[in-house]
Design a binder for this molecule. Sequence first.
Ligand code: NAP
Length: 549
Amino acid sequence: MEGVSFICASIFIDAPTGATGALERAAAAVSHGARLIEWRIDDLAGDADAAKALSLLISRSPAPCIVTARSAVEGGRFQGDDAALANLVRSIAGLEHHPRYLDIEANRFRSSPAVRDAAAALKRRPAQPDAPTSVLLSVHDLLGRPRDLIQQIEWMTAEPLCDVIKVAWTARSLRDNLEAFELLRTRRKPMIALCMGPFGEMSRILAPKFGGLVTFASDAPGNETAPGQMTIERLRGLYRFDAIGARTRVFGVAGWPVAHSRSPHVHNAAFAATGEDAVYVPMPIAPGYEPFKATIASLIDEPRLDFRGASVTIPHKEHLLRFVKERGGRVDDASRRIGAANTLIVGPAGAVGCANTDAPAAVDALCAGMNFDRKELANRKVAILGAGGVARAVAVGCAEASANVIIFNRTQERARSLAAELSALELPGKVVPGKPGRVNCGCFDIIINCTSIGMEGGPAPHDSPLDLLAEDGPAAIDERVTVMDTVYTPRHTPLIKEAAARGAKAIPGTDMFIRQAALQFHLWTQRAAPLDVMRSALDAASVFRWNER
Ligand code: NAP
């Protein structure tokens, strides 16, 4: 069943006095790309002057509209009983102008003959001057997938008064989205199938791929009418909703949490700039190997999703490597050495592979920043601050390029064991633990921060790792030293500012971030990544995120 998917701006109206403001918001939403307006009259419906306000909203609506009075059990605020709902439907039938759709909860429609009769009367009304009103029967479950979901859909499909079926439930994992897609694919009537909450974003973004009639969106941050709803700007600007079709390939960022990841900004911009029919979405996966394996396998094993790859981040980088090995997939040398991967590649027939783009990206960013060739890294003394996942990848990258690596970490035992592990790989460069507290000895050519110190929202956003890890006096950095950060939010971390102020060459974490993303883009598309586009998208993402708050 082919169909067009619309963005519907959902707008609450609390009282009759709010109608004019709501119409202004609707006009702005339409100018931003909404093709439908949902008037959420949960509160308004109980007001004595509701009919007058409703008449205004419907007759002046800048786009065809859905009228909805959502009751509390289904996630709204409408307090009326069945008789009140039937009266509301009858009063809408009596208006001169009619909404394009009237949303009635399936449970009330089924259980109340009065509601059913009122809906039948509405549909019998002559169609002038508008198109006839279609009855949209809806089922919402805020707790999770309704147990009788399939039976409810069967029933709505068979119900002659039902023109459109809507089902929405709170997703417990990404896998719920796959069921929503399957329902859309096998629908026999126009349908909206959406998953709510953070796990459900995918169903909202990919509705056009599976022919969902509508994705609801808010006109501004904070105006959401359901959990997980995003703004029109985000749907169209970031996820290119209008460009998504049946053949669009799906990529994403898999991790926990992923809500603040900048990767969707960077990769979607790259897809847009190169004309790739692809979209990149958030893929939150709860910690642990089992959730990771089960989720990724289900995405891969649904061929109609066209899932072709993911950036994999904390806490799943080791899980990715294990998953790909278990499936007999291809593992690149960097992932094997590092013991973790950050890129999943899925072939059209479901064959998997993984790669680690962090290590080459770090070395590339370093060499580009120092304006020299990789060979010139040989024998340089590189202090790595941190002993976590990124430190491991960066240390491997540097030691592979024959640099001598010295690892410092707050938890010294971790620095010692990481150094011992990497030494055992017998890479061309040496890897040793640093003397505790001796970060500021002034004896390094390059210092790379691989801790999360300086990261916005992290454990020490206003600090420099040199101050926190040193016991040997003020930072000994000057114009002879190169300082690179891997932290990329913000671009100018306290460390980068300090390094620049002391005349050192300062390479921000954004350089590595863009390069690891560019390598992923190449692995997925076999094309050169549009680096400048990706850089501007990352810069713009900071502003975007700020505005979204
Ligand atoms: P991780 O495995 O959790 O390691 C965190 C490291 O930071 C550990 O060494 C930890 O020391 C240290 N640390 C945390 N808080 C500290 C504090 N208050 N004082 C001293 N040390 C502290 O994290 P990861 O995956 O390696 O990521 C590290 C950073 O890399 C992230 O913040 C992220 O911004 C950045 N990153 C950048 C890119 C890029 O492309 N540019 C990609 C991925 C990640 P202990 O061992 O003592 O706990």
